[in-house]
Structures are given as structure tokens and as C-alpha cells.
Design a protein around this ligand. Structure first.
Ligand SMILES: Nc1nc2c(ncn2[C@@H]2O[C@H](COP(=O)(O)OP(=O)(O)OP(=O)(O)O)[C@@H](O)[C@H]2O)c(=O)[nH]1
Length: 600
């Protein structure tokens, strides 16, 4: 036998030296530090070289590099012998228009389902043709404030105005979110009977009578959209005590990017849990959206959660079931840092309406005497409003734009969004970033009927009609700011970042999608500066960081790779709501961060 001819037994012996790895993470953990560093250098190069080959996966590539003793050329020879060349050449890069960026996230959603490593290789970063990025037009910014047309005493206005609160409805697929919201809007009288009758007839005709309630939200959404692409849909309703806005991102509510957009505009989260037997377990224990939505809400600064213990009718209003689900969830909420006084629990049936607004609980439910869902919302709204309204006078106006409607009138733009700080009145001038155009606020409207209002204050959802504007240079995700505020362009951010459950470690150079409000931008984690305490940025745990794994807190430097249309960035210190970001990769949320510095 020639010295290098192995028979099958020999090969088996050879492979016995290293364990059988279940996945890439396990293999990464097996490597020592030196090997890990070598792998981090060679693996991306190998993937690039295998772009036109099919059938491989990350673990196979890493094993080949390892087996060839980190001789990359030899590993590639072996891999190219093993895997076939693709018939069609690698796809052309997608141009980085906003549409393309949207389609990137659509791709990544699909990818997480297929788990195809071949496609995974098309990192967000690789799809961007930098030459074709949209060019940002900038204007001369005025720094001289203009006076409101009718001076309003803001303090008095706040005292005499109903609190306003926005909330987002979250939860696993089929947790009953749409039915619940339909029921709420119906019972409160925010949808007319004619629409309900029409929807009932339609749903009965297809044998799904209960669906008419779920369709209420979709109907109002359709009405709101009116054929225009919008990033956020809102439905307003009011009770005797509070004005509410339900925020919802179009598209499927269960897709995380949509949930992120919705959460970014909300003061309170309403998390619907299907308490039906086994339903809770499938949505919670198996990494369902319940966990991810709660974690996102926590990371994005939502201060209060109402846990709607839904579908209680299906378990005959069993207290035991309620307590069991509550106990399981409480452990998790505690783990992710929600305090007990930030969470309220309400048993309901969205379908029958018991516990939602005006329909009382049935006899079987005699163990919960607390407020119903709307009463709980009112209570929290008053708490949130007390804090936010006390800050109105101390901070200059900031406005997160969620939608832009073009107007036929020259120089007119209509922007919708949320007031993030301070207040605004007609007659005042503001700057729109990043185009730096100075525009005059002509009219403010709010609510489903676009009623004219004299002023908008922190946390209000309003539409501003602007004069002297260049609407073609305003986009959702832009920021309106009082004229004295200056927001310089920034592409490099320093984050205090907390990693979520990771499939693979984060290495320097990792391309990601950065979500900020309604915007998503391709970015790259350039530097892992240090490992720090989760609660204390100042407390450095380790200075030299090679990679980050699940559940770690770190200071990192992130570069936004789309250079020509920068997004306005404020630090966490400047605005606690706007200074937050979420990072996703391959359709999975990998980290949340607060912006420490935007001028590095
Ligand atoms: N027994 C019972 N069934 C309910 C209740 N609420 C909703 N359902 C049923 O649960 C299913 C899902 O309800 P949806 O309201 O569509 O759930 P969803 O969370 O909005 O689902 P997506 O729109 O897919 O995200 C439907 O068949 C509803 O009729 C409830 O309170 N009790």
C-alpha cells in the first residue's frame, strides 16, 4: 500500500481525533484562541472564493480549513473538488436604494427560514453598489427661530388636555392580536356598525364568523394607507380619560422588522398571550415571537407592558392556567430586566370581549378583581403622560418622521410622525435632517379625521403641513428639529451593545442591518472595544475582545456603510428614545444598543 493511501477504517480513526460537531457554534467553541483568530481571518476569504460553488455550508468550510491545518489554498483545493460549480454566475449586487434595502430585509427573513448557507453568504454588505447610492441634496439651514402664530401657554394647555398615549400590540402568530384590537375598537365605538355588519357578512360567507373582528384593524389600515406606501399605520380612539393611538407597521405584524417599527413609536406594549392549553408553550418555549417581542420592547425603551392573558374562554377561565402561564412568563421578564411594577396582567377573551372594555367577566371568572384592559391602559397612559408632559418645556422640539406625503402645491410637504421632545406650534420654523432644509410649520392635524390642533407636544402623533419645503428630499426616518439644534452627519457610532442569543459569534467586520426607528441601514461592526458590565458602561470586564457570544455586553464601534444619505443620529444622552438601535443579521435579531457617541 502506498504511504498516503488510507482505507475507510484509517479515515474513521483520523476523524475520531476531533468530535462530531452538531453545528458551527459548537465547532467555534472547540477552537483554541489562536485557531479561532486564524479561522476568523481565513473563513471569510474561503466563503468569497466559494461564491460560485454550491452545496457547501459554513461548518464544512471551517472543517476543511481546520483539516488542512489552516493552509487556505489547500483547503480551497479540497473544497472545490468536493463541491460542484453553480450553473449560473453569482447574482449581481443590488443597488442601495431604499427599496433595495427593504428587499434585503425581506431576503434575510426568507433566509432564516431556508437556512441555506449558500444564500447566507450574500451578506447585506456585499449587495451594496456604493457608486449607485442615492445622493443627498442639502440646503442652507437657518438658525433663527420664528414665533408661533398664536402663542399658546403650553403649561396651561398640558393641564387642560386629555393625556395621550400610543401603544403597540405584540405577540406570537395567532395569539389573537387582531381579534382583540377589533373587539376593542368595536366596543369603544371607534368603528361604525355598518362596517361591522359588512365584515360579519363577509366572514360568515366563508364560514369564519369570528374573523370579522380581526378584519376591523385591517380595514382601518387599508383606509389609512389609501394606496400610499406608509411605514406606520395608526388608529386613534379615546375614552373619557385618555386619547389613544394604536401603532402598527404594515405588513405582517409577526415579522420582527415590522414589530421593531411599531415598538419604536410606542409608549406602552400590549403583549397578547394565547393561554389555550399548549398554545402558550408553542409560542413561548420554542423561541416564538413572544420572547423576541418582549425583549425588543425592553431594549427599545418601552417602559410598561400589559400582558393580555388572552383566549381565557378556551380554558374555561381557569385560574390555575392563568397562574401557571404567569409564573413561566414572570421568570423570563425578570431575566430580561423588566421590573414587577412595569408589568400588568389582565385575563381577557378578545373573542367574547370579556375583560376588554365594557363586557363583564363570566361567572367562571371570579378570581381576578383588577381593572380590565382599557382601564389598565388608562392608568398607564396617565403615568406615562405625567412624566412626558413634565419634560415638554425643558427640551427643544424633535420629530421622528414616519411618512411623507407629497403635495401638489409647490413648496408644500406633509409629514407624519411622533413628537419625541418639546412642542411645536404653527408659525414655527424647524430643520429637517439630513437634508438640512428649513421649513415653516403651517398646520398641525391629528387623529383619524385629521382634526386641526393648535399645538403638538412630546409623544403626540401628528401630521405637519410644511411650507418652503423640498418634499423630494424628505424620507421616512428623517428627523425634524428645532432650529437651534444641530445634528452633524455621522457614519461611525460607538454603542453600548447587548447581544441576544447568537447562532455564531460576532467578529470584528461582521455586516449587520441597523434598525433605528422606522429606518434600516446596512452597517458593519468594525471594532469590539471592550466587554463591559450589562448595567454599567464604565465597568470594563475585558479590554481585548476577539469575539462576542450570546448575552454579553460590550462597547463596539459600528460603521454605517451607506455613505451618501446619512441618517440623523442622536446619542442616548441627547434623547433616550431616539438614541437606541437594534442590530439584525440573517433575519435574526443579534443585539440591541444605545448610542454613546456619534462623532467617532
Ligand atoms: N377561543 C378564542 N379564540 C380566539 C380568541 N381571540 C382570537 N381567537 C381565534 O384565534 C385565531 C387567531 O386570531 P387572530 O386575531 O387572527 O390572531 P393574530 O394574533 O392577530 O394573528 P395574526 O394576524 O396572524 O398575527 C382566530 O381563529 C381567532 O378566532 C379568544 O379570545 N378566544
Amino acid at each position: 500500500m502506498a504511504p498516503y493511501d488510507y482505507d475507510d477504517d484509517d479515515l474513521e480513526d483520523f476523524h475520531d481525533d476531533i468530535p462530531d460537531f452538531q453545528d458551527e457554534q459548537e465547532f467555534d467553541d472547540y477552537l483554541n484562541d489562536e485557531e479561532y483568530d486564524l479561522m476568523s481571518q481565513q473563513f471569510p476569504q474561503a466563503k468569497k472564493a466559494l461564491q460560485d460553488y454550491q452545496g457547501w455550508n459554513n461548518l464544512a468550510v471551517k472543517l476543511a480549513i481546520f483539516d488542512s491545518d489552516f493552509d487556505l489554498d489547500q483547503a480551497l483545493i479540497n473544497l472545490k473538488r468536493t463541491y460542484k460549480k453553480k450553473k449560473t454566475p453569482a447574482p449581481k449586487p443590488i443597488i442601495a436604494t431604499p427599496q433595495a434595502v427593504n428587499s434585503l430585509s425581506a431576503d434575510t427573513k426568507k433566509l432564516s427560514i431556508t437556512g441555506n448557507d449558500e444564500v447566507w453568504f450574500e451578506d447585506e454588505d456585499d449587495k451594496i453598489d456604493k457608486k449607485d447610492e442615492p445622493v443627498l441634496k442639502t440646503y442652507k439651514r437657518t438658525t433663527v427661530p420664528t414665533k408661533p402664530r398664536n402663542m399658546i401657554d403650553i403649561k396651561k394647555y398640558i393641564e387642560n388636555t386629555k393625556p395621550h398615549c400610543s401603544f403597540v400590540v405584540l405577540g406570537h402568530v395567532d395569539a389573537g392580536k387582531s381579534t382583540l384590537m377589533g373587539r376593542l375598537l368595536y366596543d369603544i365605538g371607534a368603528v361604525d356598525n355598518q362596517l361591522i355588519r359588512k365584515l360579519k357578512k363577509e366572514s360568515e360567507s366563508i364560514g369564519k364568523g369570528s374573523f370579522h373582528l380581526a378584519w376591523v384593524m385591517d380595514q382601518t389600515k387599508e383606509e389609512r394607507e389609501r394606496g400610499v406606501t406608509v411605514s406606520i399605520c395608526t388608529s386613534d380612539f379615546e375614552t373619557d380619560k385618555v386619547k389613544f393611538t394604536i401603532v402598527d407597521a404594515p405588513g405582517h405584524r409577526d415579522f420582527v422588522p415590522n414589530a421593531i417599527q411599531g415598538i419604536s413609536q410606542a409608549d406602552v406594549g400590549v403583549l397578547s398571550i394565547d393561554c389555550g392549553t399548549d398554545a402558550f408553550e408553542s409560542g413561548f418555549n420554542l423561541d416564538g415571537q413572544t420572547k423576541e417581542h418582549a425583549l425588543l420592547a425592553r431594549s427599545m425603551g418601552v417602559h410598561y407592558l400589559i400582558i393580555v392573558m388572552n383566549k381565557m374562554d378556551s380554558v374555561n377561565w381557569s385560574e390555575e392556567r392563568f397562574q401557571k402561564v404567569k409564573a413561566d412568563l414572570s421568570v423570563f421578564f425578570d431575566e430580561i430586566g423588566f421590573k414587577e411594577n412595569q408589568i400588568e396582567w389582565v385575563p381577557v377573551s378578545g373573542l367574547s370581549g370579556a375583560g376588554v372594555y365594557k363586557i363583564p367577566y363570566p361567572e367562571a371568572q371570579n378570581w381576578y378583581q383588577g381593572p380590565n384592559l382599557v382601564q389598565r391602559l388608562e392608568e398607564l397612559a396617565e403615568k406615562v403622560y405625567k412624566v412626558s408632559s413634565s419634560e415638554v418645556l425643558d427640551t427643544p422640539f424633535l420629530f421622528a418622521i414616519t411618512d411623507v406625503t407629497t403635495s401638489k402645491k409647490a413648496g408644500e410637504a406633509i409629514i407624519t410622525g411622533r413628537v419625541e421632545a418639546g412642542s411645536i406650534q404653527p408659525g414655527e420654523t424647524i430643520t429637517i435632517y439630513p437634508s438640512e432644509q428649513s421649513v415653516l410649520v403651517d398646520k398641525i392635524t391629528s387623529g383619524n379625521e385629521d382634526k386641526t390642533v393648535p399645538i403638538a407636544i412630546k409623544n403626540d402623533f401628528v401630521t405637519l403641513k410644511l411650507r418652503h419645503a423640498f418634499p423630494e428630499d424628505i424620507q421616512a426616518g428623517d428627523l425634524g428639529a428645532y432650529v437651534t439644534i444641530e445634528i452633524p452627519p455621522s457614519q461611525n457610532l460607538k454603542l453600548h451593545m447587548l447581544t441576544f442569543k447568537l447562532g455564531r459569534p460576532i467578529l470584528p467586520g461582521t455586516p449587520v442591518m441597523l434598525f433605528k426607528g422606522v429606518r434600516e441601514q446596512p452597517a458593519r461592526i468594525n471594532k469590539l472595544v471592550s466587554l463591559v458590565d450589562k448595567h454599567d458602561v464604565e465597568k470594563i470586564i475585558k479590554k481585548k475582545v476577539r469575539h462576542l457570544s450570546s448575552g454579553q455586553a460590550a462597547i463596539v464601534e459600528v460603521e454605517l456603510v451607506e455613505k451618501k444619505r446619512w441618517i440623523p443620529i442622536l446619542t442616548f444622552q441627547q434623547n433616550k428614545h431616539l438614541g437606541r438601535v437594534i442590530l439584525r443579521k440573517d433575519g435574526k435579531t443579534i443585539a440591541a444598543g444605545i448610542i454613546l457617541d456619534s462623532s467617532i
